[in-house]
Design a protein around this ligand. Sequence first.
Ligand SMILES: CNC(=O)c1c(C)[nH]c(/C=C2\C(=O)Nc3ccc(Cl)cc32)c1C
Length: 277
Amino acid sequence: RVAQLSDYEVLEVIGTGTFGTCEKIRRKSDQQLFVWKRIRYGEMNDKEKHMLVAEVNILRELKHDHIVRYHDRVIDRENSTIYIIMEYCPGGDLAALIKTHRRQRTRASEQLIRRIFRQLVEALGVCHHRAQGAIIHRDLKPGNIFLDQNGNAKLGDFGLSKVLSARTNLASTFVGSPYYMSPELISECAYTAKSDVWSLGCIIYELAALHPPFEAWSQAELAVKIRKGTFEHLPTTYSRELDDLVRSMLQQDYHLRPSVLELRKHPYLAYAQASPD
Ligand SMILES: CNC(=O)c1c(C)[nH]c(/C=C2\C(=O)Nc3ccc(Cl)cc32)c1C
């Protein structure tokens, strides 16, 4: 049975983005809570429409405990609007959690940070090592990670994720041999799974330090700092192991950064570990 708008009642707006609005909704049949992203596609060009279809198809197939679950969609052709119905995460997003700790001058426990770190590595593992080709999120940030009622992390908003099918890799997407490609051309196009590892490093760093590793007043100054690559160690209340692991994810040379598979095997994130916490 195709879902209808009238199956749901809107409770409140919980976020607005470029193309759409995120609203908390309740299914009338069983009072269950969901969220829908209401996206107007009327003003979208063909490329953006294609990306939207790609995003919905990616969401539909990603079923994992730590990725926000897609439930259904409703297309309202009259108003050129699509409603993507997803699981409700009562804990809100990580950005709000970080802001609360900063305002209250309290620190997130290492146990919480380690749990969220482990859960996001699991979620990224599903995306990066998918049989049909890696899905790179490309827009990982605290505002795109949500918490369920038990404080478990859920990777959300695959708005920009890009399916890098096995076919297209760096060399073949350029005419001629790669030997003569300039560094900036390579760096602009080397958006790889390791770029998500860098972003995840920034997120875990910010969960501990309550500010990102690289900050600046302007985009230009930020680019300089990111390329320089120097940043403070985490507060000493956190283990040396966490500091070292996050540092390894924030290395300039993306070949040196651990892959998600290597992160999963790292002792700090291994399950069934006799952990101090
Ligand atoms: C202040 N923030 C909130 O209260 C909040 C809550 C309780 N839930 C959310 C967000 C989502 C939520 O609850 N489920 C979601 C599924 C996909 C996406 Cl992109 C976002 C959400 C937010 C932003």
